[in-house]
Write a protein that binds this ligand. Structure first.
Ligand SMILES: Nc1ncnc2c1ncn2[C@@H]1O[C@H](COP(=O)(O)OP(=O)(O)OP(=O)(O)O)[C@@H](O)[C@H]1O
Length: 234
């Protein structure tokens, strides 16, 4: 191996030849995709082409039918369910369109959940990290509120704080602005991209919005038979 090859770090995420069916219905095939640490990539594509399915396969929440998914050097598609769950807890932050916060928990307790699931029980350290990450999303002082007391944009910022709190290597965001008005959507996207970059996380954002394209380092379009790297003119 020459020196240049030796110095090139492996991608954070490498997807090769991925294919997915539901029963007899094909969704996509021939999917290749790389994501580097600190890189923000927007994933566009027609409704039903399989964007959510692809994210779920990458997260190990759904199984692909063919191909490879390598995250941090590990074949996600070959892990046992307990090992996939451990990798998700440690290395993934997921932001959903519908926020998926727990309504009976306070903002601080929602955000602290990933740390608790990783076994961090030292209350002072957990509180300090929660305060830090809430500050990063502009929600200092909201710790004791409950989800029902927040606007849609604020709910999504809490969800972003929860996705970032354990400093995951990879953030997957599935239409994170789909439920927001355009102003809140722009703020949330700015925040997600900025925070991901500040933490050095790779970030794959599924979106229909052309303004996500302006914030991403790269824009990919998912098709049923591959990934197109051309910048779309939406
Ligand atoms: N659990 C499932 N069982 C059967 N079919 C499914 C399942 N989940 C998704 N599908 C189908 O797979 C295809 C891809 O769905 P997916 O939600 O991944 O698309 P998408 O690109 O995210 O769509 P949208 O942009 O509308 O959210 C769709 O035709 C959908 O109906």
């Amino acid at each position: 191996m020459n020196d240049d090859l030796r110095r090139t770090p492996p991608p954070l995420l490498a997807v090769r030849g991925l294919a997915k069916h539901y029963g007899a219905t094909p969704v996509f095939r021939h999917i290749d995709l790389d994501l580097a640490a600190g890189e923000v990539v927007a994933l566009l594509g027609a409704s039903g082409v399989g964007k959510s399915s692809l994210l779920n396969c990458i997260a190990g929440l759904d199984a692909a039918d063919a191909g490879e998914i390598v995250l941090l050097g590990q074949r996600v598609d070959r892990l046992s369910e307990p090992d996939a769950a451990a990798l998700r807890r440690r290395s993934l932050g997921f932001v959903f369109q519908a926020f998926h916060l727990l309504p009976h928990l306070s903002v601080a307790d929602n955000v602290a959940l990933p740390l608790l699931l990783l076994g961090q029980r030292e209350a002072t350290a957990v509180d300090a990290r929660v305060a830090e990450v809430l500050d990063g999303v502009g929600l200092t002082g909201y710790q004791r509120r409950h989800p029902r007391e927040l606007s849609g944009g604020q709910l999504q910022r809490v969800a972003i704080a929860r996705a970032l709190v354990h400093k995951p290597a990879l953030i997957l965001a599935d239409e994170p602005t789909g439920n927001l008005d355009p102003v809140s959507a722009a703020q949330v996207l700015d925040l997600l991209c900025r925070q991901a970059r500040e933490q050095g996380a790779g970030c794959l954002i599924v979106t229909h919005a052309s303004d996500a394209a302006q914030r991403a380092d790269r824009v990919l379009r998912l098709r049923s038979d591959g990934v197109d790297a051309r910048i779309p003119i939406d």
